[in-house]
Ligand binder design. Structure first.
Ligand code: PBG
Length: 331
């Protein structure tokens, strides 16, 4: 008795060998898709581990320049800088944010002097410099919008002056992209690009990052009056539309893995350069499970990054950047 079936469709046919799977593959990840976020701190030859992010370190400027060389050699096009700020420099008015010689601005200059081919991206938000850990200025317990925007514009100008290629406003104040674009134009920084953290959610996934930059202890309350409600998707489309209208060159969705539906909608609706930030908590979860032997860290790292490409992203900010690039280049 024969069990032969005459199936016209056998989708497994094209999964049979690596060659056939390669032929029908719909998207690909390359080292050019990656932006590598690094943490800075003062000192010389410092590589200080971030406890909640195994494998990630705070780097002094000399080692940050070394990281830029590594990025160049791995084909990673951009670094994104996050300073750990001495608590003594944090104030209610956040003046350190626009100090031309703050840690972040010194790092921009050092990297652009030594490794000019690597793009340098910054974070524009006041939290590293704010005594209360918020991204905007706090007056009488309220995060005030317009005064914060004025401060953020000063911060953005100082970063542009230092030589940043991409400004990344992550503050979620209203009107900041337009205000920054106008100020950049007026100051002659017409080629400095803006990647707006347009759809940034009030997320529990940022926990390890706040450790890394020394903001966890400082933060009073939460960020729900400016970052978005994780329940919302239509609102994200309005935020993207607004930031593009105000002059953003590229947009970002953040966090990443829990918001892939947002990435897909943005790419489908706007067809603009779209990025996702695979944030600190996502990195920490994968690393923790891998360290326990519960998942294969390398496979999950690559699968998670590929998922962003499938969801329509042009690129990904990820702490895995150097490891992923090394693996991709070895293939
Ligand atoms: C601050 C900022 C945060 C991150 C990037 N910029 C934290 C926050 O909004 O509280 C998070 C990045 C990460 O978790 O990896 N404006």
């Amino acid at each position: 008795m024969s069990h032969a079936q005459f199936l016209r469709q056998r989708p497994r046919r094209v999964r049979r060998t690596p060659a056939l799977r390669g032929l029908v593959r719909e998207c690909a990840l390359t080292s050019e898709d990656l932006i590598w976020p690094i943490f800075l701190r003062d000192g010389e030859n410092v590589t200080e581990p971030v406890t909640s992010m195994p494998g990630v370190n705070r780097l002094s400027l000399d080692n940050a320049v070394q990281a830029a060389r590594q990025a160049r050699d791995l084909g990673i096009p951009a670094l994104c800088l996050f300073p750990y700020t001495d608590p003594a420099l944090k104030t209610d008015n956040c003046e350190e944010a626009w100090n031309p010689d703050n840690l972040s601005n010194r790092a921009i200059r050092a990297i652009k002097a030594e490794v000019p081919e690597v793009a340098v991206m910054t974070d524009v938000a006041l939290d590293p410099y704010n005594s209360n850990g918020h991204d905007g200025i706090v007056r009488d317990g309220v995060i005030v919008n317009d005064e914060s925007v004025a401060a953020l514009v000063r911060m953005a100008l100082a970063q542009a002056e230092a030589g940043a290629d991409i400004l990344g406003p992550s503050d979620m104040m209203d009107g900041r992209i337009g205000a920054m674009r106008d100020a950049l134009e007026a100051a002659g920084h017409t080629d400095v690009t803006i990647m707006s953290y347009a759809a940034k959610y009030a997320s529990g996934f940022y926990g390890p990052f706040r450790d890394a930059v020394g903001a966890s202890g400082a933060l009073k309350g939460d960020k729900k009056t400016y970052q978005m409600d994780p329940a919302n998707s239509d609102e994200a489309m309005r935020m993207i539309a607004r930031d593009l209208d105000e002059g953003a060159d590229m947009v970002m969705v953040k966090p990443g893995m829990a918001y892939l539906d947002i990435c897909r909608r943005v790419q489908d609706m706007f067809e603009v350069p779209t990025f996702a930030y695979q944030v600190s908590g996502e990195y920490a979860m994968i690393e923790a499970a891998a360290a326990n032997g519960w998942i294969d860290g390398e496979i999950v790292m690559m699968e998670s990054l590929l998922a962003f490409k499938r969801a329509g992203c042009n690129g990904i900010l990820t702490y895995f950047a150097p490891r992923a690039a090394a693996l991709l280049n070895a293939r």
